[in-house]
Every structure is written in C-alpha cells, then in structure tokens.
Design a protein around this ligand. Structure first.
Ligand SMILES: [Zn+2]
Length: 295
C-alpha cells in the first residue's frame, strides 16, 4: 500500500513535464513584449480546428487552465503550432492525473479517432480508459538495451530514464505516450486547418520505441511481469493507447502539411521491435499503420 500511495503522489505531483522540457530545450524564448497574446491566438485556433484539443482544454479545472495559459505564453507567433500543441500535451497529463486514483491509472482517449471493441469498452468510463495501478519494474530497466539501439535517443533517454522519471513504472511511459499522442492530434489538426507546414514531435515515436524495449526487457529479464502484462486490464490499456498513437502517425503521414521522422518510424516499425507487441499480445495485436506509409 505504501508503494501504491507513493505512486499516486508521483502522478499527482508530476512537475516538469518532458514534453514541455523538450520544447523549452529546443529554443522557445519567452514572448516578452511582443504585441500578441499567445493564449488568445492558441485557444482560438484550437477551438476552430481541433475539437479534441478543445475538449482536453475544457476538462481542465480553473487552476489548470491558468497553467495552460502560461504553457503557451512562450509562443513566438500565431504560426507557432508546436507551442500550442505542447500545451495540449501538458493538459493531457493534468486530466489523466486528475482522473487517476489509488487503484487505477486513467488515460484520456480521443473517442472520435479510434474504434474500441466491446471488450475494450469495459475499461472505459466517459472519455477515460482505466488500468489498475501495478508495480511493474522501473522504466530505467530499458536503458541498456536502448543505448545500443539508438544513440540519437540520448537526450530523451536522459530526460525519461535518469533520476526521478526513470524510477517510475510502466504507467509513466503510457502517460507520456498519451501526452505525445494528444499533442500530435492537435498539431496535425492545426497544420491541416491552417494549411501550414509542421513537424510531428519525434517524442511520440521515441516513446513508442521506449515502450517496445520496455516490453522486451520484461520478456527477457522479468518473465513474471511479462505474463502479468498480458492480463486484459493491462493489455487493453497498452493496445488502445498504441492504436491511438498509430492513428496520429497515419494522420500525420497522410497530411500534406505534416512531416514525420522516417528514421524514427523505421526504428519503431523494424520487424524485431514491432514484434515485441506481437509476442506479448499474440492474437490481440495488429498494427493499424497503413502499410503504404511504411516505406
Ligand atoms: Zn509529458
């Protein structure tokens, strides 16, 4: 119970978010005395073009809406779609944490984007998918195998796996997967709506790669946890969140305005990596990524 409470406190007090940290690290400077209001621009674009992002914003409490304002305050112009979509990423964490409790982690799902079958609907309450809190090994267990796979992951690895974040469990990867997924939906809707070029945050594909390696690490080093993972309550959460992420990739790859990193796509969908989901969730896992997109 003590560990479960510690887990709950961690998700409730998630401070610096990796998505935002990555955005800040990529060179966003505060808007300072520029003569436009980032929040007004951002929220009106989201309202106009991205009903899912606006729904996420609407689910925030008043206090957290202020934080949303502050998250977009470093936008550089009305074309800074990354700043607006990263704010949706952070807002997703806030609503996921607010709906989680001592017994269950919960994840906001874009219901309009993916189909859920009847067995999956059992785990859905409103727009939130549940999975029980469980003490799977810390995320940092995947570090060693990833180091050899992709030196380019170094930056994300230090953000996700070093220190406090690395001590977190499977749920942390799933929360990040959901954060980047909702961020991706927003970026794509805004780019399509404005007919403006944008690049999908590579964090999405990198977290997908982390998840594959996490599952592989369980299979090869923690067989009891790997078996546990296949219980319907965990399997459903992982597979629904994965499908939702694939829908972002499909939408991004189909858009004339959105760039998706081919290098990262090839890594995530290499037969060896994607097969980890197949091995873990035999007969339940089928990739929805359109084969024509996998060049
Ligand atoms: Zn995040």
């Amino acid at each position: 119970m003590k560990l479960i409470i510690a887990h709950y406190l961690l998700i409730s007090t998630l401070g610096l978010c990796v998505g935002l940290a990555a955005s800040l690290a990529s060179g966003h400077e505060p808007a300072g005395n520029l003569n436009f209001n980032c929040f007004e621009i951002g929220i009106s674009l989201i309202k106009r073009h991205d009903s899912n992002g606006f729904q996420i914003y609407s689910l925030l409490n008043e206090h957290r809406k202020e934080k949303f304002k502050s998250d977009v305050s470093d936008c550089r112009s009305e074309n800074d779609l990354a700043a607006f979509s990263v704010a949706v990423h952070e807002a997703t964490h806030a609503i996921d944490s607010r709906h989680s409790d001592l017994a269950n982690d919960r994840y906001y799902i874009n219901r309009n984007a993916i189909h859920l079958d009847p067995t999956e609907l059992l785990y859905l309450s409103g727009d939130f998918l549940s999975s029980p809190v469980a003490l799977f090994p810390p995320v940092k267990v995947a570090t060693n195998s990833l180091k050899t796979v992709s030196p380019a992951l170094k930056k994300l690895e230090s953000l996700y796996l070093a220190g406090e974040f690395g001590e977190k469990s499977l749920y942390f990867l799933l929360k990040e997967l959901n954060g980047y997924t909702q961020e991706g939906f927003t970026l794509i809707q805004l780019a399509n709506g404005r007919k403006q070029q944008a690049t999908l945050n590579s964090g999405l594909l990198q977290v997908m790669l982390f998840l594959e390696h996490y599952i592989k690490t369980l299979r090869t080093q923690y067989p009891e946890d790997w078996n546990e993972l296949q219980k319907p309550e965990y399997r459903t959460a992982i597979l629904v969140l994965w499908r939702q992420a694939e829908e972002v990739l499909n939408q991004g790859l189909s858009s004339s305005y959105v760039l998706v990193s081919n290098a990262h796509l090839r890594q995530v969908y290499s037969p060896a990596n994607i097969n980890e989901l197949g091995l873990a969730f035999i007969s339940h896992f089928k990739s929805t990524l359109s084969p024509k997109n996998l060049k």
